[in-house]
Design a binder for this molecule. Structure first.
Ligand SMILES: Nc1nc2c(ncn2[C@@H]2O[C@H](COP(=O)(O)OP(=O)(O)OP(=O)(O)O)[C@@H](O)[C@H]2O)c(=O)[nH]1
Ligand SMILES: [Mg+2]
Length: 184
């Protein structure tokens, strides 16, 4: 996708912030973005400590992905420093595990807190919300998944002020890689 004005403004460098609860799939998404197809890399992922920065190139664009560990012990610290972290950032990707529907409310509450802090500092940043682990066979696994996901989408839409740019995607590590041009 050619959001070329944004690329040029930032010298072809994009800073992307990944947030969400623990186990949402953020670090797995980073692996797919890197084009890592090795199963071992996915199996050997551990919960991210604090945050991890990964640099990669997609086409001619340099991308710095800041992947924030979602375990409870880190969440408040991340929020406290959010004003520093969003400095220079182009995009926030908030990842929700759709299969973890018992924690939807917690995931949305963390999103709301992060959103408020971020837009206090920056209103020119845009958001992608990944409704993640929406796997190809999800409807068989969880027959009511689409109703559940629709209710989350409704709440997200109510939460985000109308002047903030955002898009919502259903993602899975099986197809994220192919969708790179859409969400970056
Ligand atoms: N079914 C399914 N599982 C996934 C998908 N993406 C990631 N996972 C699994 O979800 C688990 C957690 O993945 P991580 O990428 O480590 O999660 P994280 O959000 O980085 O977790 P923290 O670092 O603790 O914040 C792993 O077992 C992954 O294999 C997906 O699209 N579908
Ligand atoms: Mg992680």
């Amino acid at each position: 996708m050619m959001r070329s004005n944004k690329f040029q403004n930032n010298g072809g460098l994009r800073k992307i912030i990944l947030l969400g609860l623990d186990n949402a799939g953020k670090s797995s998404i980073v692996l797919t973005l890197k084009g890592d197809r090795s199963l071992l890399s996915y199996y050997s992922l551990n919960p991210t400590k604090d945050h991890k920065i990964t640099n990669m190139e997609i086409g001619k664009t340099q991308i710095n992905i800041w992947d924030f560990g979602g375990q409870e012990t880190y969440r408040d610290d991340h929020l406290k420093k959010m004003d520093e972290y969003v400095e220079g950032a182009n995009k926030i990707i908030y990842v929700i595990d759709v299969q973890d529907y018992q924690r939807y409310d917690r995931a949305l509450a963390y999103f709301q807190r992060a959103l408020e802090l971020i837009i206090d500092h920056r209103t020119d940043i845009d958001f992608s919300i990944f409704l993640h682990k929406y796997d190809p066979n999800i409807n068989h696994q969880i027959p009511t998944i689409d109703e559940k996901v629709e209710s989350v989408i409704k709440k997200i839409k109510e939460m985000i002020p109308s002047d903030i740019q955002y898009r919502i995607f259903k993602t899975t590590i099986h197809t994220t890689f192919e969708k790179i041009p859409v969400f970056l």
